[in-house]
Every structure is written in C-alpha cells, then in structure tokens.
Design a protein around this ligand. Structure first.
Ligand code: 13P
Ligand code: SF4
Length: 320
C-alpha cells in the first residue's frame, strides 16, 4: 500500500517535471478518473476544452479525453503537438456515422445546413457547416435562418432536445452514445421519488431526455427543478444552486469534481452503470508515458483540417 502511494507520488512529480521541461499543458474532460482530473491544468466539457486549447500558449497539449476531442484541439492549433495518452480511447457516438453515410444523407437534402455534434471524426466535421457541443447546440440552431432545412448528427436524443427547445423542424441522424442511451426514464423516476427535493441534472444525450422533457412539460410542478445541461453546465449549476441535493444523469466520472467543488452538497448518480470505458482508458501511468515519449500524436491531414476548422470556428465564434 505504502509502495503504491510512493509510486503514485513519484509519477505525479515526474508528470509535473516533464510538463515544465516541455512547456506542456494537461487538459482533462469531466469524465476522467479522479487521479487524472487532479493533475490536470484545466478540466472542462467539450466546448470549454476546445476554447482552452485555442488560447493556450503551451507547446504540447496532453489531451486526457477521447480521440475526437484531441482531434478537435489539433485542428484548432495545428502548430502545437497534441498528444492522447491512449489511442484506443474512442467514442461510440462518434463511430455511429461515417463520411460516406453523411455524403449520402446530404445528397438526399442538397440544400440543408449540416450541424454536427462535436462527438464526430474530423472528416465528418469537414463535411459540415457547423459544429456544436451540448452547451451551445441550441444557440447554433437558432443562428441558422428559419427557412433553412437542417441535418443534425449524430446524436438522436440531443437532436430531439434541440428540436423541441428551438421549435425547429430538424432531420436527425439515429445515432446514440451507449452510456447515455442506457439512462432511461424509469431510472429518473425512481431517483426522483427517493429524493423529491433534489435538483435533477440531465445530459441531453441521455435516453430519458425526450420522454422526460415531455413529462416536465406536462407536469411542471411534479417535475420542477429539472435542468438539461452539458457537463460544464452541471458544474456551474451545482455551485450556483441553493439546493443541497442533486441527481446526476450522465457519466459518473463527473461526480468527483461535483463533490470536490461542493463539499457541503450531496450528489446521487442516476445510474452507477453509466461508465464510459473509453474515458477510463487514460491513467496516470499513461499520462506520464505520453509526456515522456511524446506519444500518441494526433494530427489531422491539413486538407481535412482546413475544412473542419471552418465548422469549429463558426461554433467558437457563437460561443464567445
Ligand atoms: P460535454 O461536452 O457535455 O462534456 O459532453 C461530452 C460527452 O462526450 C458526453 O458524453
Ligand atoms: Fe462518447 Fe458516450 Fe463516452 Fe461521451 S460518454 S465519450 S458520447 S461514448
């Protein structure tokens, strides 16, 4: 046990030493394991991480998240070295559409504006007009003229959510994230009964989103204190809210930060099974190896990056 603690301390020291030596920065997503969040220079949701990558003056970015996030950072800052500690850290949602499928879909709707969620590969972003994240999807849709047809991909629950909030008719790709799709209305109802005073925080990728929005609209009193938020939105809401208890419907990695930043409040996960195995692939050992060996570099061919950059920059300009 002592040996393990000493080893962990040594790894952290080495990470910090290499970070200084190489002018590196560690960016971590809110779902990362606690040890990785604790050594990060910045923790955030997809949008905040892209914004941080865009403004950092570091030479090396170690991206503790999944592959599409590191790819986005590399597209925004092609002059920097972007590293991901494990190349196998993918995303089931990003894998739910490929570029041939998108091209076919576009052919069926030649005049449509294509809005891609950030959970997509670079070649999908390159075929898109706008990129968006869960924290600005509504804002992005509202920026598109009312008379334009819209294709939204790849998450069907987030798509249904933005269609409902904006009142726009949107064609939605039937993709889903296996972690969030598994969070069902029954999970929410059970937790609501057990903690009636708690604020309910729901990520719009959840499988319960569509029906729960319907319940909330039908019975706003019964379903009060329900908020559809990105992971970054959940962090800000928990700090601001006067509630003492929160039910959290997203990947459980976020609980570490919620508890750490709000020690006087209580957080209940809607489902202990909401675990993203891709996010958990990044460990302290792999972060150290990444910094030491400068692996695994994520680089997008400039021809694709140049087109993808346009859709990401449109998103970032709307978020400022
Ligand atoms: P956020 O941008 O809300 O952090 O979501 C990213 C993600 O992958 C959710 O599964
Ligand atoms: Fe992708 Fe789902 Fe994991 Fe988020 S939680 S990174 S959407 S697989």
């Amino acid at each position: 046990m002592l040996m393990e603690m000493e080893k962990k301390e040594w790894i952290i020291e080495e990470i910090n030493r290499l970070k200084r030596e190489k002018n590196a920065v560690i960016l971590a997503h809110n779902y990362q394991i606690p040890e990785v969040q604790d050594i990060a220079d910045f923790i955030g949701d997809s949008l905040a991480l892209s914004q941080e990558a865009a403004k950092t003056d570091a030479d090396v970015i170690v991206f503790c998240g999944v592959h599409f996030m590191a790819e986005t950072a590399s597209i925004i800052c092609p002059e920097k070295k972007v590293l991901i500690p494990d190349l196998k850290a993918g995303c089931s949602l990003a894998a739910s559409i490929n570029v041939e499928e998108l091209r076919e879909w576009k052919k069926e709707h030649p005049n449509a504006v294509v809005v891609s969620y950030v959970n997509t590969t670079a070649d999908i972003k390159a075929e898109s007009d706008y990129c968006c994240t869960s924290s600005n999807a509504v804002q992005v849709i509202k920026a598109i003229p009312e008379d334009r047809e819209i294709l939204f991909l790849p998450d069907m629950f987030l798509g249904a959510y933005v269609a409902k909030v904006t009142g726009r008719k949107i064609h939605i790709w039937p993709g889903e994230c296996h972690v969030h799709a598994g969070i069902r209305p029954e999970n929410i109802r059970k937790m609501r009964e057990a903690h009636p005073e708690a604020d309910m925080l729901i990520h719009p990728e959840c499988g319960c989103t569509t029906s729960y929005m319907y319940y909330s609209a039908c019975d706003p009193v019964e379903n009060k204190n329900t908020y559809f938020l990105s992971t970054g939105g959940m962090i800000s809401h928990a700090k601001r809210s006067r509630a003492k208890e929160f039910i959290v419907a997203t990947e459980i990695g976020i609980l570490h930060r919620l508890k750490k930043e709000n020690p006087d409040k209580t957080f209940y996960p809607v489902s202990e099974n909401a675990v993203c195995k891709f996010m958990k692939m990044i460990t302290l050992e792999k972060v150290l190896n990444s910094l030491k060996e400068e692996v695994y570099e994520v680089k997008v061919p400039e021809e694709i990056a140049a087109r993808a950059r346009k859709s990401i920059e449109r998103m970032l300009s709307l978020a400022n």
